[in-house]
Design a protein around this ligand. Structure first.
Ligand SMILES: [Zn+2]
Ligand SMILES: [Zn+2]
Length: 166
């Protein structure tokens, strides 16, 4: 995902970029892009730097943690980038992935920042739906699509002993 900073005439400015999945260079393991990636950024300029911040969003398909079927969801990640226009001034900033040095052409490629932002936005347990019933622990069937007749796993038996007392 790229932006030609030199082409922007006035600052601060709000920019929206869409990159089709065919053009997207990065890969996030375990995840497929449905359409592509959107980025909405506000950009500020100083004599020596550009400051970009905003969000990137993407509709993605990944694997449901409960039923292992495809789960579609929208991810939104935050982006903050400092772009150094003047070589040699990078030492003033901590060495992080969020600081990028560019040359005179001022074409910023921030694909890696987008990749990291989307990666961080993936939920720990992605679900196809909040109500996903998951796989049956007994027969392994997908309980969303084929309700099985397996007995419910007998969980807590501690009270069974009391049943005979009444
Ligand atoms: Zn599921
Ligand atoms: Zn079952």
């Amino acid at each position: 995902m790229k932006i030609e900073l030199k082409e922007i005439g006035e600052f601060p400015v709000e920019v929206s970029i869409f990159e089709d999945k065919k053009e997207t260079k990065f890969v996030i393991e375990g995840l497929t892009l449905v359409d592509g990636v959107n980025a909405h950024l506000s950009i500020q300029q100083t004599d020596t730097e550009y400051y970009l911040n905003g969000v990137c969003t993407a509709d993605v398909e990944l694997v449901c943690a409960r039923c292992l079927e495809a789960a579609k969801m929208s991810l939104a990640g935050e982006i903050e980038i400092i772009v150094i226009r003047e070589t040699g001034s990078a030492e003033r900033f901590e060495d992080t992935d969020d600081v990028i040095e560019i040359d005179d052409k001022e074409i910023l490629d921030f694909s890696e920042q987008v990749r990291q932002a989307l990666l961080a936005a993936i939920p720990l347990k992605p679900l196809c739906s909040p109500a996903c019933l998951g796989l049956c622990p007994t027969c392994g069937g997908n309980r969303n699509t084929s309700p099985c007749v397996c007995p419910a796993p007998s969980g807590d038996n501690r009270w069974d002993a009391l049943k005979g007392l009444s």
